[in-house]
Design a binder for this molecule. Structure first.
Ligand code: SF4
Length: 332
């Protein structure tokens, strides 16, 4: 599988996040004496980006960076604290009635672990057919569509009669993908879609996703902690750090010329295919700070190898330094 060189600004955005914030209020008091509430967890703290139709946009970052919360907020599994999520220009958290039903048909999700995302008590035909039943598809039309999508993902139509435990991990993820595409969606959120799979199976599933994207004209938002996976699969990559975007660029540009120190560190961990290429792995020291008490100034400054005095005080601006290449760092 190779990366695709899609200009992020081509075409109309199908998905747009506008200064999205999601804070979680913590239970209990920070100080019983002062009766002061504990500070909220700022899981997502002002994130904006656009995804164009047909694009594969990757969000990458360590655990705790806020990428999964973004996925859930897009799918209305969480309400935003502030800002908005626009799908085809409409605010998804204000949709009602028929518009909401259509949004549910047009968006779907594939989770990391097919073992827990597929009900063990349901046959494959019911798992894959559920999004269709919700849309009112019944009888022969339902059976035919289930057989069709099972074939699309490389499984036999006979799989419809069986249960998830009768399949391997890779086949179960194919079932999850079949369910995701069954109702002919436009946008699929892929939440760590290959990280629970054997390395040998990962490339097969990524190739399947790419093939389906081309055939069905799908748009993907792929969430992953592994930059190597996102680089392989996505057109554009957004690098998240502690609730904010640190850098965003087309995949090739990000790989060729990473600008943010955090991106450089993540990229240095990817093995290079050419052993003659000089390749130094940069260390990432310390733990990601708590999102309930993010550091002042640049959030990355306690771990940044090139931080200067200003970094601890001033928050860097989110700037477009080259066409489609955005970064938040004082020293770029
Ligand atoms: Fe490092 Fe400063 Fe840039 Fe933040 S703003 S990434 S601390 S150099």
């Amino acid at each position: 599988m190779t990366t695709r060189d899609t200009n992020a600004t081509d075409g109309a955005p199908i998905l747009e996040l506008v200064n999205l914030k999601k804070y979680f209020q913590q239970e209990g008091l920070a100080s019983a004496f002062l009766r002061r509430k504990r500070p909220p967890v700022r899981a997502v703290d002002g994130v904006s980006f656009r995804v164009t139709a047909g694009q594969n946009f990757g969000l990458v970052g360590e655990s705790g960076s806020g990428k999964t919360t973004i996925g859930k907020t897009i799918l209305r599994l969480e309400q935003p604290t502030d800002g908005s999520v626009l799908f085809e220009g409409a605010d998804v958290h204000r949709l009602r009635g028929g518009a909401l039903k259509e949004f549910r048909r047009a968006t779907h999700v594939v989770f990391q672990d097919p073992n827990s995302s597929l009900s063990p008590r349901m046959r494959v035909r019911d798992i894959v057919g559920e999004p269709l039943s919700v849309q009112g598809v019944r009888g022969a039309a339902l059976r035919e569509r289930v057989a069709e999508v099972l074939q699309l993902v490389g499984l036999s139509p006979d799989a419809a009669r069986r249960y998830p435990h009768e399949f391997s991990g890779g086949q179960r993820q194919r079932i999850a993908v079949a369910r995701a595409v069954a109702a002919d969606p436009k946008l699929i959120v892929l939440d760590e879609p290959v990280s629970a799979l054997d390395v040998s199976i990962r490339a097969q599933i990524l190739n399947l996703l790419r093939d389906l994207q081309d055939r069905l004209n799908l748009t993907y938002l792929m969430i992953a902690h592994d930059l190597a996976v996102v680089y392989q699969a996505c057109d554009t990559i957004g690098v998240m750090y502690l609730g904010k975007l640190a850098e965003q660029a087309p995949s090739e540009a990000l790989y060729r010329e990473p600008l943010h120190p955090y991106t450089r560190i993540l990229l240095s961990a990817i093995p290079r295919p050419d052993p003659t290429q000089r390749h130094e792995r940069l260390p990432l020291t310390g733990e990601i700070p708590s999102p309930s008490a993010p550091p002042p100034g640049c959030r990355f400054h306690p771990r940044c190898p090139i931080a200067v005095e200003r970094c601890a005080v001033d928050e860097p601006e989110w700037r477009e330094v080259e066409p489609d290449h955005w970064v938040a760092c004082h020293l770029v």
